[in-house]
Design a protein around this ligand. Structure first.
Ligand code: ADP
Length: 479
């Protein structure tokens, strides 16, 4: 099966969140499953220099924009990468979706619209590239127009649309819909129109042959008004083609036995060697170096989704408890400011770093005793899985991928503590429970070992994707 994997970010080239991890690792894991794959990504500024020997394999022109398609390998892998190079749209400073000031690029619809049109041309054999595509695997709103563009093109391959986060939908004006030159009859409530706006996400969900999300629990949740972000009725309508496949983690990069970011490597047999990481982390974060104190850590985007506002609310009480907290993240400017202010008043207990730093993220996850993740919703979540691998016990809400990956410590072989309600009080109660548990070091160690025994490798997920691809090719073509 030839799969064109369309994505807007891919580790280690460009990353804002979990989508990059999936795009960087799933294709590699799929290679051994009778799947041939090409990962296609926009050529953001600086990407060329991270690739060795990229060569042009096609040139096209869409809506007056000159496009170069370059072929290289995803660094460190045998996976072929296609860079879609449209300098006027992607060769800019800032992030993939936002400028340096954190504002969305004004022309995001055009940027990703043309990216989608270019991939449609490639997938449908309209370029010099002679690689017959069986399935276009689309990911999140940035690739949402692909399924509809494919449906509009004769002899097009099939499509799979994976939802990594339903909350980001790619909403634009009617004028933008017109400017993209999409057929007028797509401006319907059962097509691309969503409350008088153009929705890239809705386009993907409506026109893809199959839809999946990154955990089975999230696939169920998004069919409800609570988690459906306004698209739950559409998702109920399409429930026959909707499923969930849990993400894996890169168990080489996130391996406490080989992790060069750590002060001290460790594994199940040498758990005591985890301790120097705690001390190194306390030093890095400017907290008093104490072996015995309960150390709570968090690495996260600082947004409402991640429940960081609940933490802010709970902090006055939390900081009365015998613990330390280290937090690494970036995101909502208000939340960042509030956290920094509270940390400034309690430097002995709370340290906050507003930064995106992969190496620190590894040390945090290795050095903490427990990892806090009180998400309101969580399509899959990776950090709770990383934490388990590092014997850092997760404290999580029972939603989405968190519910699928963390087993309540009250059950046999339990791996984490569950926050049952979305309130600051329940967050505090659960952390109190963790403190009591931590006082009994033998039980704590048993839970750590339960965590470290879990297998979250990509192999299992890749086999499920390969099965889903086969099912798509076996199912009859729909209009
Ligand atoms: P989401 O995709 O919703 O942000 P995930 O848990 O699925 O959440 O993935 C987040 C990824 O981004 C993880 O690999 C995590 O380690 C990383 N990450 C998030 N914030 C930071 C940060 N400030 N510094 C380094 N890595 C981060």
């Amino acid at each position: 099966m030839n799969i064109l994997f369309a994505t807007s970010e891919a580790h280690p080239l460009i990353k804002t969140g979990g989508l990059a991890d999936v795009s960087g690792h799933l294709p590699r894991a799929l290679l051994s499953n009778e799947v041939s794959i090409r990962v296609a990504i926009p050529a953001y500024r600086g990407l060329h220099s991270k690739l060795s020997s990229a060569k042009t394999i096609a040139q096209l022109n869409i809506d007056g924009k000159a496009i170069n398609v370059l072929e290289a390998f995803l660094p460190g892998t045998r996976v072929k990468l296609w860079l879609i190079d449209i300098p006027v749209l992607f060769d800019r400073p800032g992030g993939p979706y936002q400028n340096e000031h954190g504002q969305d690029w004004h022309d995001n619809a055009e940027r990703f619209g043309i990216f989608n049109k270019a991939l449609t041309a490639i997938a449908c054999g309209q370029t010099e590239i002679s690689w017959p595509v069986d399935i276009v695997h689309c990911n999140d709103w940035q690739t949402g127009l692909l399924p509809v563009l494919l449906k509009l093109t004769p002899k097009a391959p099939r499509s799979l649309f994976t939802v990594h986060n339903l909350a980001y939908q790619g909403l634009f004006s009617y004028e933008t819909f017109l400017a993209l030159g999409l057929p007028g009859d797509l401006w319907r409530y059962d097509a691309l129109e969503y409350y008088n706006q153009l929705s890239f996400m809705k386009a993907g969900l409506t026109f893809a042959d199959r839809i999946n999300t990154v955990s089975p629990q999230y696939a169920e949740e998004i069919k409800t008004p609570e988690f459906g972000c306004g698209l739950d009725s559409l998702l109920r309508h399409r429930s026959g083609v909707l499923s969930g496949i849990l993400n894996g983690i890169d168990d080489k990069e996130w391996n406490p036995g080989q992790d060069t970011n750590l002060e001290s490597k460790f594994n199940k047999q040498s758990l005591s060697k985890k301790l120097p990481n705690k001390l190194a982390l306390q030093k890095l974060f400017g907290l008093p170096q104490r072996e015995d104190v309960f150390f709570l850590v968090m690495v996260s985007r600082l947004t409402g989704q991640k429940g960081v506002d609940l933490i802010v609310k709970a902090l006055p009480h939390l900081l009365e408890m015998p613990l330390q907290i280290a937090l690494l993240g970036t995101g909502d400017r208000d939340i960042e400011a509030q956290l920094l202010e509270i940390a400034g008043n309690r430097p002995d207990k709370l340290s906050v770093k507003i930064a995106y730093n992969e190496s620190w993220a590894h040390l945090l996850i290795a050095g903490g005793d427990a990892f806090l993740m009180p998400s309101r919703f969580e399509p899959c979540g990776l950090t709770q899985m990383y934490s388990m691998r590092y014997g850092t016990i997760p404290i999580v809400r029972n939603v989405g991928g968190l519910a699928d990956t963390v087993t309540n410590i009250e059950e046999t072989e339990g791996t984490g503590l569950i926050i049952h309600e979305n309130t600051a009080d329940e967050l505090l109660n659960t952390i109190r429970k963790a403190l009591t548990l931590y006082a009994d070091r033998q039980t704590w160690k048993t839970i750590q070992l339960n965590c470290m025994r879990q297998d979250f490798s990509w192999k299992k997920s890749a086999a499920e994707y390969a099965k889903l691809y086969s099912a798509i090719l076996d199912s009859p073509q729909t209009d």
